[in-house]
Ligand binder design. Structure first.
Ligand code: SF4
Ligand code: SF4
Length: 94
C-alpha cells in the first residue's frame, strides 16, 4: 500500500471532530493494510502524532507514550510523517 505524501496540512479545515474515532462510523469500510507502531526509544512524548491524527485514533498510554486504537485508524500514515524523531513506523497488519 502506497502511503503517498499526505500530511495533516491536506486535511480540510473546518471538519468537525465530534468524537474520538470519527473514522469508525464513517470509515471507508476496509481495514488498513498498515498500522503505526511506536518506538519508545525514539519517542520524546511531544504528542504531535496524537494532535495530528485526523481520526483521533491515537491514545496516550499510562506511561505517557502513545498507541493506536485499531478500530479507528485508517492507516493514513500522517502520524508517521509528522513525527520529527522517526518514532512511528507503519507496519503491515498480520
Ligand atoms: S510525534 Fe513522535 S516523538 Fe512525538 S509523541 Fe508522537 S511518536 Fe513520540
Ligand atoms: S495512521 Fe496514524 S494518523 Fe492515520 S489514522 Fe492511523 S493513527 Fe491516525
Amino acid at each position: 500500500m502506497a502511503l503517498g505524501g499526505i500530511t495533516f496540512k491536506h486535511e480540510k479545515v473546518g471538519c468537525a471532530m465530534l468524537a474520538g474515532g470519527n473514522a469508525h462510523p464513517y470509515a471507508p469500510g476496509t481495514k488498513p493494510e498498515l498500522l503505526p507502531v511506536w518506538d519508545k526509544n525514539l519517542c520524546v512524548r511531544c504528542a504531535l502524532c496524537y494532535i495530528y491524527c485526523p481520526h483521533a485514533a491515537i491514545n496516550r498510554l499510562d506511561d505517557g507514550f502513545f498507541g493506536v486504537n485499531q478500530n479507528f485508524c485508517t492507516g493514513c500514515g500522517i502520524c508517521h510523517r509528522e513525527c520529527w524523531f522517526g518514532a512511528v513506523s507503519m507496519q503491515e497488519v498480520d
